[in-house]
Design a protein around this ligand. Structure first.
Ligand code: UD1
Ligand code: CA
Length: 453
């Protein structure tokens, strides 16, 4: 069997995205918590690209950093003057000169394209095409390049501004994604001029040049929803909606119950095991993992945290980075957990803040308990053992260590360590003055009478 050809993906992302009206380069805006460029890089990886090059603008250090973070083997190339998509691809020439295989050219602002569509284009190359273009049927083709066909062969792509009235009637449009056989790419790029309405070097002109060289140029198609690009915040929201629908569907097909799927927000990397139950209005920020049988109840917010099997979170709970909730543990309403281990079967059920702490298994934390983890300069740790009972409205001033089996009295402010099995009480003594209440009432009554006279 012939060896699979190598594949280089070039992501064009040097555009300024002025219509986003943002300080941030367009492709750094996020969908599901991942920058647009990250979605594209993930999809080309999944389609078998073994190298990725990203073309960036001269003023985008943040974008270069994100690319490196996504894939430390990816290279970035700077397009100095933004003179069109062919000029952008030329900037990445060192990545493909001498390269043998498939070159996928994709836009950084088209985040919903699926690996399968890239694979379709590569299949066309393996069947003998020199160039394959991803097309779609546009409901409204205004602004898009039109695909001009002769039978099964693509003969040209005409940009909207350069198209005749007759060509503008064509609804089959260019999604902007192309696959080239590497051996033809440099020659085709060299043939492209900027003789058009925009005076830009259009990558789409590669089609006519290839046809003139007698090469085969074909089209594969994808649904419009998948190839929609982002130019403004409204389109960003539209893509977010499609992404969320995909994640919700995937979760449900994976065995997760979503009682009101349209109200649950996912991040790109949310991992929910089968038999997780998610009630309405839950937000999953990045890096959340929930194990089988756990329930995430209504109006909870989770990010960078783990929830073990059979645990219950919420309603109205907040799990912040580093929250690690053990098997069968319960985190109740208006409870915030940050950077804390809550061991198996422990309960923090009401109105509490637990930060920089570890809570042993089966320990019960009473309502309104606060770990005072911050003194204004440094963070300190609170350690609580197993099978403890921490009374309601406790103030735990860290650093603090509480042994196993401790009971602490409600309303205590604990500032000193508590040994195993001790009862800790740290609150003013109560005093009862017998029969004193009527005397006080009589005195107050007389005062009131004197005043209203
Ligand atoms: C492009 C296509 C058009 C297609 C449409 C699909 C060309 C000439 N036109 O048009 O046929 O229907 O996409 O959405 O290719 N970029 C650079 N450097 C540049 C110019 C662009 O890196 O100098 C990048 C942009 O960051 C963006 C992508 O290339 O990611 C597309 O550029 P854009 O200007 O949005 O092209 P369109 O006019 O939308
Ligand atoms: Ca565009």
């Amino acid at each position: 069997m012939a060896q699979k050809p190598h594949c280089l993906a070039v992501v064009l992302a040097a555009g300024l995205g002025t219509r986003m009206k943002s300080e941030l380069p367009k492709v750094l805006h996020e969908i599901g918590g991942l920058p647009l460029v990250g979605h594209v890089m993930q999809a080309v990886n999944a389609a078998g690209a073994d190298r990725t090059a990203v073309v960036v603008g001269p003023d985008m250090p943040q974008l270069e950093a994100v690319v490196a973070q996504m894939d430390h083997a990816a290279s970035t190339y700077v397009q100095v003057n933004r003179q069109g998509t062919a000029d952008a691809l030329r900037a990445a020439e060192p990545a493909f000169s001498g390269f043998q295989g498939d070159v996928l050219v994709v836009f950084g602002d088209t985040p919903l394209v699926q690996a399968q569509s890239f694979a379709l284009l590569r299949e066309k190359l393996s069947q003998g095409a020199a160039l394959a273009v991803l097309g779609f049927e546009a409901k409204d083709p205004t602004g898009y390049g039109r695909l001009l066909m002769q039978g099964d062969e693509l003969v040209a792509i005409r940009e909207h501004k350069d198209a005749s009235e007759a060509e503008r009637q064509v609804t089959l449009c260019n999604a902007g994604i192309m696959a080239f056989k590497a051996e033809h790419l440099q020659k085709l790029l060299a043939m492209i001029t900027n003789d058009n309405a925009n005076e830009e070097f259009y990558l789409t002109d590669a089609v006519e040049h290839a046809v003139n060289l007698g090469l085969s140029v074909v089209v594969a198609t994808a649904p419009e929803e998948e190839v929609q690009g982002i130019n403004n915040r409204a389109q960003l929201a539209a893509c977010e909606a499609v992404f969320q629908t995909r994640k919700r569907t995937a979760a449900m097909l994976g065995g997760v119950t979503l009682q009101a799927p349209e109200t649950v927000y996912f991040s790109y990397d949310t991992q929910l095991a089968p038999d997780v139950l998610v009630e309405p209005n839950v937000v999953f920020g990045p890096a959340v993992e929930v194990a089988s049988g756990a329930s995430i109840r209504a109006f909870s917010h989770l990010e960078h945290c783990n929830v073990a099997a059979q645990a219950t979170i919420g309603p109205y709970a907040r799990l912040r980075p580093g929250a690690n909730i053990g098997e069968g543990a319960r985190i109740g309403n208006f409870v915030e957990i940050k950077n804390a281990e809550i061991a198996q079967g422990a309960k923090v059920n009401h109105l509490s803040y637990i930060g920089d702490a570890s809570i042993g298994s089966k320990t019960n934390i009473g309502a309104g308990t606060i770990t005072c983890n911050y003194d204004g300069y440094l963070k300190h740790k609170t350690q609580i053992g197993e099978n403890c009972f921490i009374g309601s409205n406790s103030i735990l001033v860290a650093p603090l260590s509480i042994g196993d089996g401790v009971t602490s009295a409600a309303g205590s402010t604990l500032t000193r360590n508590v040994p195993q099995d001790a009862l800790a009480i740290a609150r003013p003594q109560q005093e009862n003055k017998e029969g004193a209440a009527p005397r006080i009432r009589a005195r107050l009554e007389a005062k009131k009478r004197a005043k209203t006279k």
